[in-house]
Write a protein that binds this ligand. Structure first.
Ligand code: SF4
Length: 232
C-alpha cells in the first residue's frame, strides 16, 4: 500500500522547470496566493476519486484547494452536493466549511500550467504522484476523469494504455477493479458553449452512485452467504 505522503508532491517540487518558473512568476506577482502543487482534498477512505486536469492559475493555484475559486468549481461542487458526495455549502474559499463525503478530488498535473495546457513531459513527470494517490485509497471503486488529459493519465497511472478506453462523455471502462467514468471537463469553455450541461454532468455522478450502491449490495450478499455457510 502506498503511503499518502508519496501521493502528494512537496510544496516546492522541482521536477518540471517550466512549471516551476511559472510558479515563481505567480509567487512574485501574488505572494499571498498558494502558488504550489495543489494538494488532493477529501476523504482518505473515499470510494470515488475525481481527477481534473491541473490547477487553474486563479483557482486552486490561488486558494490551495482543488477546483476552488474558479469557474469550473461551481458546477463540480454543485453536482457533488446534489449527488451526496459533499455536504455544506460551496463558497469558493478553502474555509467555506464544505466537506466531501466518500469522495476525493485531485489533478493529473498538480502545478498550474500556462494557458491550462501541460506539456506531455509534464503529464509524465507528475503521473507517479497520481498513481500513488490512486494506490493510497484502499476502498477506491470509481474514478471520474474530467477531460482527455485526465482520462489518459488515469489509464496510464493504472498501468493501462491510453487507448484502453473509448474517449467521450459518458464512457466507462473497468481497470483493475476500478470503474472509470469519463466526463467532459467542467471548464468555462465547455459549460458556456453547452458542450457540457449540468444534466450531462449530473448523469455521470448518478451513474457513479448506482455503481457504488451495486458494489456495496454485492458485498452484503457475499457476507450474508459466508455467514450462512459458517452457521451450516
Ligand atoms: S507538475 Fe507535478 S511533477 Fe511537475 S513540478 Fe508540479 S508537482 Fe512536480
Amino acid at each position: 500500500m502506498t503511503t499518502p505522503s508519496e501521493a502528494e508532491p512537496p510544496r516546492d517540487c522541482p521536477i518540471c522547470p517550466r512549471l516551476v518558473a511559472y510558479r515563481a512568476e505567480n509567487r512574485a506577482r501574488n505572494p499571498g496566493w498558494w502558488n504550489g502543487p495543489a494538494p488532493s482534498w477529501g476523504d482518505p477512505d473515499a470510494r470515488l476519486l475525481v481527477v481534473g486536469l491541473a490547477p487553474g492559475r486563479t483557482g486552486a493555484n490561488r486558494t490551495g484547494r482543488p477546483f476552488t475559486g474558479d469557474h469550473a468549481g461551481v458546477l463540480l461542487y454543485e453536482t457533488l452536493l446534489k449527488s451526496g458526495f459533499a455536504q455544506g455549502a460551496y463558497d469558493a474559499r478553502p474555509d467555506d466549511g464544505l466537506a466531501l463525503i466518500d469522495c476525493m478530488i485531485t489533478n493529473a498535473v498538480r502545478c498550474a500550467p500556462p494557458a491550462n495546457k501541460p506539456l506531455p513531459q509534464e503529464e509524465a513527470a507528475c503521473r507517479p504522484f497520481l498513481a500513488a494517490r490512486i494506490a493510497a485509497l484502499p476502498r477506491l471503486r470509481a474514478i471520474v476523469t474530467l477531460g482527455e488529459v485526465s482520462r489518459r493519465n488515469v489509464l496510464r497511472a493504472l498501468g493501462a494504455r491510453a487507448s484502453a478506453a473509448r474517449s467521450g462523455h459518458g464512457q466507462t471502462v473497468d481497470v483493475g477493479g476500478i470503474r472509470l467514468f469519463s466526463s467532459y471537463h467542467c471548464s468555462r469553455l465547455n459549460t458556456n458553449t453547452g458542450r457540457l450541461t449540468p444534466a450531462m454532468f449530473e448523469a455521470v455522478f448518478a451513474a457513479v452512485r448506482a455503481h457504488l450502491d451495486a458494489a456495496a449490495s454485492d458485498r452484503d450478499d457475499e457476507a450474508a452467504c459466508a455467514g450462512t455457510r459458517a452457521r451450516a
